[in-house]
Design a protein around this ligand. Structure first.
Ligand SMILES: NC(=O)c1ccc[n+]([C@@H]2O[C@H](COP(=O)([O-])OP(=O)(O)OC[C@H]3O[C@@H](n4cnc5c(N)ncnc54)[C@H](OP(=O)(O)O)[C@@H]3O)[C@@H](O)[C@H]2O)c1
Length: 260
């Protein structure tokens, strides 16, 4: 598939990112897989068909240079970038006296600055492709979890999704924030009950990402997904009077919050 769209995923070495890569490959995308664990990325890239179909790039999302390098590698290998999924992240025990200050620092840098860097690095190429920004938020990025700085980082991701979406009105670039509940991945130290499967999230991610092999767009939602869709706001009298803003809104790509 030499011309098929290119889907970049951070945090692709494990869990939600790795399973999304599998689903995206199945749907016909070419993949750029990023994380710090080279061995896992190499194994996944081989599983997905090797360099023609999946490129493994070792990157730490907290490094601006690594994010730049990641996008440069995507463009060099495939000549385009259509989807950037800022998914890398990790958690921390709840409680303001839990974990170390260093753990907090790494978590905030990864979950917040890392996601912002990934979008910043990818944005010029996404604008050119009229592509798609995807972010992994969380249900605790909507509802505050007691004593959880992790929850605060995901509130920042929710806000980032809205800030990016609003800036990109009229650009043709879409923005989606995926907000999973508990998912059975190495995110947790121990297995738990009642958690979602990473494939539930992967399918939710792929749903609003038009497949290169079909003409499907994310116009309807079904199954177990409770969705709150960010539709264009009802026009206030002031806005209705402002033709420029109304025109920009009319040109806005659809953007979603997908709660899984
Ligand atoms: N599991 C859940 O219940 C749940 C719920 C809601 C949201 N989420 C979010 O979903 C996302 C994926 O988590 P997951 O559940 O799939 O956990 P996971 O299996 O532990 O995956 C986390 C991924 O992030 C990567 N990563 C961590 N720090 C990184 C860094 N500095 N630079 C590059 N990559 C980094 C890890 O790879 P390396 O270690 O190889 O770098 C790994 O690929 C995270 O943003 C998480 O907050 C998870």
């Amino acid at each position: 598939m030499p011309d098929s769209p290119v889907f970049l995923i951070t945090g692709a070495s494990s869990g939600i990112g790795a399973q999304t890569a599998r689903r995206a490959a199945e749907a016909g995308h070419r993949l750029v897989l990023a994380a710090r664990s080279k061995d896992k990325l190499d194994a996944l890239a081989a599983e997905l068909g090797g360099p023609q179909r999946a490129l493994a790039v070792t990157a730490d999302v907290t490094s601006w240079e690594d994010n730049e390098g990641l996008v440069a590698a995507a463009l060099e290998a495939y000549g385009r970038l259509d989807v950037a999924f800022a998914n890398a992240g990790f958690g921390a025990a709840r409680g303001w006296l839990e974990e170390t200050p260093e753990h907090w620092r790494e978590m905030v840098l990864t979950n917040v600055l890392g996601a912002a860097y990934t979008i910043r690095a990818a944005l010029p190429a996404l604008r050119e492709a009229r592509g798609h920004v995807l972010l992994t938020g969380s249900v605790v990025g909507r509802k505050v979890a007691p004593g959880s700085l992790y929850s605060c980082t995901k509130w920042a991701v929710s806000a980032m999704g809205e800030a990016v979406r609003a800036e990109l009105v009229g650009s043709g670039v879409r923005t989606t924030v995926i907000e999973p509940g508990g998912v059975e991945t190495p995110f947790f130290d121990n297995p738990g009950s009642g958690r979602l499967d990473p494939d539930d999230i992967a399918r939710a991610v792929l749903y609003p990402s038009p497949s290169p092999t079909t003409s499907t767009s994310a116009s309807c939602w079904c199954g177990r997904w409770a969705r709150s869709s960010e539709r264009r706001p009802a026009q206030s009298p002031r806005r209705a009077a402002n033709g420029r803003i109304a025109a920009a809104q009319a040109a806005a790509p659809r953007s979603e919050i997908v709660t899984v």
